[in-house]
Design a binder for this molecule. Structure first.
Ligand SMILES: NC(=O)c1ccc[n+]([C@@H]2O[C@H](COP(=O)([O-])OP(=O)(O)OC[C@H]3O[C@@H](n4cnc5c(N)ncnc54)[C@H](O)[C@@H]3O)[C@@H](O)[C@H]2O)c1
Ligand SMILES: O=C(O)C[C@H](O)C(=O)O
Length: 327
């Protein structure tokens, strides 16, 4: 299995690469070859990462290739994990970030179309992840949209862990806590479908004041809180969520998991928009959006807000990429 990781000299990659090499993601019997892409200025650091991978003496890791050439990076790739993105700099508006990253994901989408295996499975992590995935899907035009996903599992893990801590139980016992929409602070973390293996969540966890004043803002702002505390964005937990997302997508799970996927019109979300939905993963890189989880009247305005943000993001990226067209 040939796995391409972009942004491979960055901090998420540093936490993720050992998990891939050890077999935690694709299974303990699956040999993998890693192709590590980063920009020219990061090549010395990338060489250091490759040395450390070699020094791990991982039995499943059959080869490591480092490159700064996007066209070489995706040759014959079975899986692409897209971590590399332009970071937000001081004074940059969200729109500037969107446009900068749209250019990167356009280039990578084209390279995937030309060079990757047709059955490739893609996970976009670099922010703004939903819209980057939508841009990539436009340009990797020979790839079925169901092969392209983005990461919202970190948000689901955060929400699940929050509930487990409140109830003093293991996160394993908490199911069906979902995060809908954009991987941004408009996401809607939803406890109305949540259960534990002892039964439904207690009423106080669904109290509207508690949801509005505590649960929802804590989950929506968790990424910012980590940045404030570490002066760096979350990396260990992001790598762990990448592992969970890919393992479940490839090896299957009975749990309903959050993935950002291309809307097929489910839940009234416009087709083509990449939205975080609850998904069922039977294995082998397949998933189905689970269609029947209710939002409750409390959830509707939150969903509207995140949906609106995603439609606007897509319009901005689309206008930058195709200045003379209209949606
Ligand atoms: N979706 C999520 O849940 C989630 C969670 C955490 C972080 N993120 C995002 O993931 C991304 C990576 O985070 P990080 O902490 O590893 O960042 P980082 O800055 O440590 O690493 C990013 C790496 O990408 C490289 N890069 C930049 N442009 C590139 C390009 N065109 N091609 C290849 N490589 C390129 C950089 O040189 C750098 O080495 C960021 O965009 C971050 O906001 C997403
Ligand atoms: O990198 C960020 O802006 C935050 C990150 O997406 C996170 O959720 O931790």
């Amino acid at each position: 299995m040939r796995v391409t990781v972009t942004g491979a000299a960055g901090q998420i990659a540093y936490c993720l690469l050992p998990l891939l090499a050890r077999g935690d993601v694709f299974g303990y019997e699956q040999p993998i070859e890693l192709v590590l892409l980063d920009i020219e200025q990061a090549q010395t650091s990338l060489q250091g990462v490759a040395m450390e991978l070699e020094d791990g003496a991982y039995p499943l890791l059959t080869a490591i290739h480092c490159t700064s050439d996007v066209n070489k990076a995706f040759v014959e790739a079975d899986v692409a994990i897209l971590l590399g993105a332009f970071p937000r700099k001081l004074g940059m508006e969200r729109r500037d970030l969107l446009v900068k990253n749209a250019a990167i994901f356009k280039e990578q989408g084209e390279a995937i179309r030309k060079h990757a295996k047709e059955h490739i499975r893609i996970l976009v992590v670099g922010n703004p992840a939903n819209t980057n995935a939508a841009v990539l899907a436009q340009y990797a035009s020979n790839i079925d949209k169901k092969q392209i996903t983005a990461l919202s599992r970190l948000d689901q893990n955060r929400a699940t862990s929050f509930v487990a801590k409140k109830l003093k139980i293991s996160p394993e016992e908490v199911k069906n806590v979902f995060v809908w929409g954009n991987h941004s602070n408009t996401q809607y973390p939803d406890l109305f479908n949540g259960v534990t293996n002892r039964g439904p969540l207690p009423d106080w966890l669904r109290d509207e004041k508690f949801l509005r004043d505590e649960f929802i803002p804590v989950i929506q702002e968790r990424g910012a809180a980590v940045i404030k505390a570490r002066k760096l964005s979350s990396a260990m937990s992001a790598a762990n969520a990448v592992k969970d997302h890919l393992r479940d997508w490839f090896l299957g799970t009975q749990d309903i998991v959050n993935m950002v996927v291309c809307s097929d019109g489910s839940y009234g979300i416009k087709k083509g928009i990449f939205f975080s939905f609850p998904c069922y993963c039977p294995g082998n890189g397949t998933f189905e959006i689970v269609p029947h989880f209710p939002w409750s009247s409390f959830g509707e305005p939150w969903i509207e807000r995140t949906k609106k943000e995603l439609y606007e993001e897509w319009e901005q990226a689309f206008t930058a990429l195709f200045p003379k067209s209209s949606l």
